[in-house]
Design a protein around this ligand. Sequence first.
Ligand SMILES: [Zn+2]
Length: 389
Amino acid sequence: MNIKEASHPALRILEDLVRIQSVNPHFGEGAQGEEGVAAYLEKRLKQAGLTVFRQPVLDGRDNIIAELRIGKPDSTLLFEAHMDTVSLGSMEDPLNPIYRDGRLYGRGACDTKSSLAGMVYAMEYWSRNREQLQADLVLCAAVDEEANYRGILKFLEWQAPIAGAVVGEPTELSIVTATKGCSRMAVRTKGKAAHSAVPEEGDNAIYTMMDVLRFIREEVEPQLERISHPKCGQATVVVGTINGGTQINIVPESCAIQVDRRIIPGETPDGVREKFTTDLLDYLGEHAEKVEVSELLSDWALNTPEKSSIVMKAGEALRSLELNDETIGVPFGTDASKLQQLAGVPTIVFGPGSIRQAHAREEWVSVEQVELAAEFYKSLAGRFGLKAL
Ligand SMILES: [Zn+2]
């Protein structure tokens, strides 16, 4: 497909967004953060006649919130997508949108600038046709999804009523109603340093950690086989890092691992961490006092009721585009769980592209899916606020 064939207005927006570097500062040197995208959206959405304001989140990093109010605040539909991307990595020409074989290549093209572009397209369309709208619309372009979710957490402080929300992330045009969450923990073992010539005078923290690892492999992993959700699959655990000791001739006095336990709907991050800790201390018996478990990052699972208005209307919108309206679950986390858990907002995740291309060395999105997703957001916004059929 050449550039002429790709004519949908959402693609023009996506091209603009790809050209603006918005690497999350969490990924280090050269990262410019979200400000370029924020300024672009602020200007563009104001020109489209929307009420736009900035919500400061972090130094120089603001959420952009655009409102299209028709006097129906109780039936507000929220569109949310993040502005940040992962690092440019070794991607070839990451800031130059290139069309090839029905795909658009560029950093963020899939995750999640194509969703954002479709949502902007929908907001602009309804701004021109607001007399046909049944619900207030709000777009939140958030910062910091790729690191610590601080954008969406700040947005929730705004406390405007929201009746349903769509979070834009790559779902290959499927309605996602369930996602995994996580309980990330650090486990530290404490020992006693000694010269390695007299190891009996020390207590090797790495050896104590071996017991912790054995507990994870032999006790936790088999238990997880029985913790499963029909849409999200099985709960999992991964030990991602290990650090211990300082030099070869000293018995190590400390060792630490980082554990990523992915949770399913029905589990909570705190509940999982507390059970992990209690079971571990039990397992270690007399060595329990040498071990400390602490929280690194917690995220809830998403489990949106199938009968909620947002799911029903999304199904209608997909059928109107002759697309499959089946709802699915995914193993990755998004901003959606925060909306549902902290604000009680029924939320779905929906967007073009596949999670396999998100964060990949060569990031791309299907052009056809970008167009269909943009039409889906538009159609959903037009249907929302009416009674379910
Ligand atoms: Zn994303």
